[in-house]
Design a protein around this ligand. Structure first.
Ligand code: SAH
Length: 214
């Protein structure tokens, strides 16, 4: 598990690339500049780790593109100690970004292989999520609700109701890519028990949020 000057240099270039694409939040940029993304990928892809691209990981899933990770994280507006829920742990890279921001992170993964691998791997790098859960993200995590923010890192064919109801009533934020083949990045801000503001932010492509557990 090496992190060399070469990796650090490549990481700084990556930060410059996503900055040029419009990411402004300095804390998010600092997190991307700090996290050794190459360690989250299978060894064959090491050379590609600092390109602004998604790449395959285990179980036919992908590690999201850094720009997308930064974009979604920016929309969450995370403050230190926020209680946040992530749907789709995957490689754990997004989880690490949320940990860097000082959030108390709960993350759900439905592929057992990834759940096992990532829940062992993150603490080795010093990233301690509150809990990584093997389960179905469509249901959210009712026992730990409400959350300051919730992020979905797979393409959702529709907005799962439990996720909206698990947001903090005064200002909880859900960041979710909605759609089948292509997804529209959508932000819901909870303004009251049954009131939600909705904002849309253009098209992205994710692996699908799956309904049936393997
Ligand atoms: N945040 C991840 C992105 C991984 S891709 C990263 O940075 O690497 C999306 C992940 O969502 C995959 O790991 C996939 O297995 C998971 N997923 C798909 N459907 C899910 C569901 N219903 N509940 C929880 N996780 C799900």
């Amino acid at each position: 598990m090496k992190d060399t000057f070469k990796h650090k240099g490549l990481r700084q270039q990556l930060v410059n690339v996503i900055k040029a694409k419009g990411i402004q939040d300095e804390k998010v940029l600092a997190a991307i500049g700090k996290i050794p993304r190459h360690l989250f990928m299978d060894s064959g892809f090491l050379d590609h780790a600092y390109q602004d691209k998604a790449f395959p990981i285990a179980a036919d899933q992908t590690i999201s593109q850094p720009y997308t990770v930064a974009f979604q994280t920016e929309l969450m507006q995370v403050s230190p100690e926020d209680k946040v829920l992530e749907i789709g742990t995957g490689s754990g890279y997004q989880t690490a970004v949320l940990c860097e921001l000082g959030a108390r992170v709960y993350s759900i993964e439905r592929q057992q292989e990834l759940f096992k691998k990532t829940s062992k791997f993150l603490p080795k790098l010093g990233y301690r999520a509150k809990k990584i859960i093997f389960g179905d993200g469509y249901k959210g995590l009712p026992d730990e609700a409400p959350f300051d923010s919730i992020i979905v890192t797979a393409g959702a064919p529709f907005v799962p109701k439990p996720l909206l109801s698990q947001l903090k009533v005064d200002g909880g934020r859900l960041v979710i890519p909605v759609g089948d083949d292509v997804q529209v990045m959508t932000l819901f801000i909870r303004k009251g028990p049954k009131e939600f503001e909705q904002h849309e932010f253009g098209e992205f492509r994710f692996v699908p949020l799956l309904e049936d557990r393997n």
